[in-house]
Design a protein around this ligand. Sequence first.
Ligand SMILES: *Cc1c(COP(=O)(O)O)cnc(C)c1O
Length: 336
Amino acid sequence: MIDLRSDTVTRPSAAMRQAMAQAEVGDDVWGDDPTVQQLETLVATMLGKPAALFVSSGTQSNLIALLCHCQRGDEYLVGQDAHTYKYEGGGAAVLGSIQPQPLPVSMDGTIALDLISAAIKPDDVHFARTRLLCLENTIYGRVLPLAYMQAATQLARAHGLATHLDGARIFNAAVKLGVEARLIAEPFDTVSVCLSKGLGAPVGSVLCGSAALIRQARRWRKMLGGGMRQAGIIAAAGIYALQHNVERLAEDHANAALLASELRAVKAVSIDPAWVQTNMVFMMPTAGTAEALTAFLRSRGILVDPGTTIRMVTHLDVSRADVLAAAAAIRDFYSA
Ligand SMILES: *Cc1c(COP(=O)(O)O)cnc(C)c1O
């Protein structure tokens, strides 16, 4: 199978499994797991933050960040299509009594600064208290410009808001921009990063921030049922991923660009190559053909994320040859 549905489908390599098998472990709820501590120190250093917390998933990481930044009756500003608003089951509202204020996301993944300004509520009993700006990078495979992140966080701070980055794929953004990830993380109070996407680890995310905030985050993690015992087994996979799989994200980006360029020759599908910046390709097939195309691809052993816009994601279990095979299959479907 050539699985292009998501970069979450990667399987741990033999070398990664070896690292997991050999991990030194302890009870992390007691603070005894040296491998978890090593991972937390590594990620905090890579993202230039004082402290970090290993958590079970990106959803849990973002939720904990929101719970740390916002109290009951507070509000966070967030993209209408952002993961922290749309794809996390409404956790902030359900579990934190935190109100989202969703804002439209532009084609380039940014939220217009004037929309952010206009959404910040004055101190008035009618309104929720606006407390936090939440951005996502990459968002739909698009990289937010450094200058935009500087300006947006500056605006937030000028209004007394905290800032959180859902950096599930921050290393894709860093590799694309050719900068250290800490430069992207720098203007934010907290940053969440996923180990289980393109980095290729089986489980886990890390939340980074100040020592005081991470102490609070540790309490929330326990309350949410996310205190894990001999978690060094999975933390070892994260360490391995960060040591071996960051620079190679460039191969995924090259494969996504190749896929997009191969598909430009196929008249029946439309792709805007300007938006293929990292490891995701969004393809709009001719109306009425998406379902049959998806089924045809499946019959050829190719899995895609279906819909009226089809998403294809490159990752470390997808080769250049796989991408060419996928493009050929799409060509075949329309020429048959
Ligand atoms: C995958 C993802 C998450 C959540 O991660 P899970 O581990 O699936 O809970 C958060 N934000 C973004 C942008 C993601 O892509």
